[in-house]
Design a protein around this ligand. Structure first.
Ligand code: SF4
Ligand code: SF4
Length: 358
């Protein structure tokens, strides 16, 4: 880090360890900041180290840029091993704004077929993004913003027939980002050498969702990934199967009528945190770009507007993109402003509209 005095942004279980470690290297700890309003005390004469903060980091980095801060540093659990910091990532806020998190759709279909899948992957036909389209999208995105965490997903991303070619492209355009494959894990032990090498060479890790079938074979998955020296975690950060991370419930927020208060719906939903990229377009969450599949399969009549998703190439700069993603879209009025419906996780490949609505 450029300046010897440093502030930590974020309150995590690693704070004390990180402070000790950096102090032993001669850095001087000045304090911890956990609220947006406290950022005003920071200036360009200290190093700003952000710990594990993908969701709020977009807002924080915008505020820091307004204050004239040129560079921020990010440290994640993967970069800490046995009390040693292996890597701190550096992001220049002056070149491009930083987004905390982006999801990129690689395939529509899935081998698990969870009932009510919010990406409709349990009923979608087979589809995978072409390598050229992926390259176009990621290149255009990289011209606009830096991203802390890119999650490549589907459906099940391991079903993409050219995944080993996709990963180096992602890494080339986002050399400093965390890149995760979001997987149900079932195909991990079947990965071929070419894919394994691509995952390792491009410093990609697995974010594995622990569904019942995944849980049953979790030991095998852990053994395989450890043997191949591939980074992974289950759920939100555990390296072993853990019953508390088992996904027992799904939820939906969709209603068939566009009658809800979009602002209130946004306060309830999880989607607002997850900007979604698919085939040249970007939206605030996955629904507007995927709803066509529900319409096709279940004869529903959800309608999107030109405000619901935009071509990546239509943004002049990253700030414009971030502002677009910060506001709720027309489609949000399809989401309940009252109560999400939660239901027991199970599999189903039936075209039942009722599985997807509150
Ligand atoms: S594992 Fe389930 S929730 Fe995830 S994409 Fe497949 S069907 Fe959807
Ligand atoms: S459409 Fe809007 S309200 Fe609905 S999940 Fe997406 S961001 Fe949330």
């Amino acid at each position: 880090m450029k300046y010897s005095e440093f502030y930590i942004v974020g309150d995590t279980k690693y704070n004390d360890m990180v402070i000790n470690c950096l102090e032993s290297k001669g850095y001087i700890y000045k304090g911890t900041i956990s609220k947006l309003e406290q950022l005003v005390i920071l200036d360009n004469k200290v190093s700003i180290l952000i710990l594990e903060a993908p969701i709020f980091i977009t807002k924080y980095s915008r505020q820091l840029k307004k204050q004239g801060i040129e560079t921020i540093y990010i440290l994640d659990q993967f970069d800490i091993e046995n009390g040693i910091i292996n890597n701190i990532r550096e992001f220049s806020l002056m070149k491009k704004p930083l987004i905390g998190y982006i999801e990129i759709n690689l395939v529509n279909h899935c081998n698990l077929k969870c009932k009510g899948c919010t990406h409709f992957s349990n009923i979608c036909d087979k589809y995978e993004i072409s390598v050229d389209q992926f390259k176009n999208d990621i290149k255009k995105l990289s011209n606009l913003v830096n991203v802390d965490l890119i999650r490549l997903m589907g459906g099940e991303p391991l079903l993409h027939s050219e995944l080993s070619k996709i990963l180096p492209i992602a890494r080339k355009y986002f050399p400093n980002s965390k890149i995760a494959l979001v997987s149900n894990g079932l195909l991990i032990p079947k990965m071929d050498e070419q894919l394994i090498e691509s995952i390792k060479n491009n410093n990609v890790f697995f974010n594995i969702s622990l569904y019942q079938p995944t849980y049953k074979m979790a030991n095998k998955i852990v053994e395989f990934l450890n043997d191949k020296n591939i980074k992974f975690f289950f759920g939100n950060g555990c390296k072993q199967k853990d019953e508390t991370l088992l996904i027992r419930e799904f939820h939906t927020c969709l209603t068939t009528e566009k009658v809800n208060d979009p602002e209130k719906a946004n306060d309830l939903c999880y989607g607002r945190y997850f900007p979604f990229v698919k085939d040249g377009f970007i939206s605030r969450c996955s629904y507007p770009l995927l709803i066509q599949y529900l319409n096709e399969k279940c004869n529903s009549n959800f309608k999107t507007t030109e405000n619901d998703f935009k071509k990546i190439e239509d943004f002049q700069n990253g700030d414009e993109l971030i502002e677009y993603l910060e506001h709720f879209c027309d489609f949000c009025a399809y989401c309940t402003d009252k109560k999400l419906r939660r239901f027991k996780w199970q599999t189903s490949n039936k075209n039942n509209l009722s599985d997807y609505i509150v």
